[in-house]
Write a protein that binds this ligand. Structure first.
Ligand code: 4GM
Length: 465
């Protein structure tokens, strides 16, 4: 359950505004909890005064530090046993602009405090002590911070698991691929003399998808040229990478899925997947590669490259070569046949088994993949005999078959299952196989995957002590 605290002079405004419709239902269902704290209750003045004139003069009144600090302390104090302090967000026109991405980041927290100002602002000294994030919902000024806080709470809440029901959740995707939503139509077929576009009545799903994509592009071009430019840049880079599909499949999938940010697409290519703090790089020469270095985000954990000169350059930067792999890509569109059918998603119960057979993977990471429903087990007579999964990068992996069940095609079934699953969800199936794992490489060829010509190196950023 996600908890929101709102420090405000108008608690009833916040409570009323956030207790209707979907957010109200989420509160009732205990998916989220919203508490408004009245700053005035913490005034030490006998008239409940919380504001005063600014030193140095100027228009209007300023909220004083003491009541704001005490109201904040009342929340943080209750949770004093926790070493982790909740983020405190000050809503102000002078903050960082709130975006869908910011909403995703805040939705990962368990508890958030919103501080709503009024008058001309709040005494800077208390802000220095308690605020972690200065955030604005856009370049305009309102009479108070309550509406911006409510806007952000709404946007964050709908990302909390369970808040939206299945049929409501899809639209989160609409921004992801840098295109706006296509126009939609419902009954009647003719309204004010306007007909529903014929293609939508055709029942041809391929044609409909094509038409919708075309409409999305036209609409984005017209209304959001900035987004359209991003879309075009991505499509262009995917096309360029497709000249060497086997080598670049992982970059193409990263861009096509909307996860990748393009940091460079000239003589050097640099794509960053911030979900997994991974850079994918390619450069025309070592000099070009060296010039890309400053663009690698400092929080990067992994760099993937298929050019050996990166190994020298990055080793000097504190990276170490963790693995030499070959990339295997499934470039067909048709699903593979699966012999064994007993393949089911694994739950946290299977974690000890997974950990025992995935020793190089972090326990928290494994749990995260299980919770994301990205690990599947194969069962023989109701007994778990092996598993497969896909990484947060999109790569299929974690393939394991129990010693006692080898040689029966279980690994083949597991990988075919993962490939089909990636295809069905619109992904490009690929995996990275350690270059010396002969058995796994053989399996790839047997299933019809293409192996990359050059190796792919995983470089791991070594945290400096
Ligand atoms: C000045 C300083 C936020 C004004 C602090 C708050 C617009 C936004 C206020 C404040 C606001 C915004 C109150 N107006 N664009 N007004 O997010 O809290």
């Amino acid at each position: 359950m996600m908890r929101f605290h709102v420090l405000t002079l108008f608690p009833e405004m916040v409570m009323q505004g956030l207790h209707t419709s979907i957010i109200g239902r989420a509160v009732e269902n205990n998916c989220i909890k919203i508490e408004a704290v009245n700053i005035r209750d913490f005034s030490t003045d006998k008239h409940g005064k919380v504001d005063d004139y600014p030193y140095g003069g100027g228009a209007g009144m300023l909220m004083q530090a003491q009541p704001v600090y005490d109201a904040w302390h009342a929340i943080v104090h209750e949770n004093a046993e926790k070493s982790k302090m909740p983020r405190t967000i000050y809503v102000t026109p002078q903050g960082t602009t709130f975006t869908q991405e910011y909403a995703f980041a805040l939705a990962k927290e368990e508890e958030l405090i919103f501080l709503c100002g009024h008058y001309e602002g709040i005494d800077a000294r208390v802000l220095d002590e308690i605020v972690t994030d200065y955030v604005s919902i856009g370049d305009y000024v309102l009479t108070g911070g309550e509406l911006p806080a409510m806007v952000m709470i709404d946007a964050i809440s709908r990302l909390v698991p369970g808040v939206l029901h299945n049929d409501e959740s899809a639209e989160t995707e609409s921004f992801h691929m840098d295109l706006l939503e296509y126009p939609q139509y419902s009954r009647p077929e003719v309204w004010h003399g306007k007909e529903v576009p014929k293609v939508l009545l055709s029942g041809d799903h391929g044609k409909i998808a094509q038409w919708r994509l075309e409409q999305s592009k036209l609409l984005t071009m017209e209304r959001r040229p900035d987004l359209y430019e991003q879309y075009r840049r991505r499509e262009k880079l995917i096309k360029r990478l497709s000249a060497n599909k086997r080598q670049n499949f992982h970059m193409m999938e990263c861009l096509a899925s909307g996860r990748g940010t393009i940091l460079a697409d000239g003589e050097g290519i640099l794509i960053y997947d911030k979900n997994v703090r991974t850079c994918m790089v390619n450069a025309e020469s070592k000099t070009v590669a060296e010039n890309l270095l400053p663009l690698i985000p400092p929080e990067t954990k992994w760099v993937l490259s298929s050019q050996e000169f990166w190994n020298d350059i990055l080793t000097e930067q504190g990276f170490k070569v963790a693995c030499e792999c070959l990339q295997a890509c499934y470039t067909q569109r048709t699903p593979l046949p699966i012999r064994q059918k007993e393949i089911r998603p694994l739950t946290a119960e299977a974690l000890p088994y997974l950990r025992e057979h995935c020793k190089d993977l972090d326990a928290d990471y494994l749990l995260g993949r299980v919770e994301a429903n990205a690990v599947y087990g194969i069962f023989v007579g109701n007994q778990l005999a092996g598993f497969v999964g896909w990484h947060a990068t999109g790569a299929i992996g974690m393939l394991y078959v129990d010693k006692s069940h080898r040689g029966q095609g279980l690994g083949s079934s597991l990988e075919a299952f993962a490939i089909n699953r990636q295809l069905a969800t619109g992904h490009m199936p690929y995996c990275h196989i350690p270059a010396d794992n002969e058995a796994a490489l053989k399996l790839q060829e047997k299933l019809g995957l293409y192996l990359s010509q050059e190796p792919l190196w995983y470089l791991e950023n070594q945290p400096q002590k």
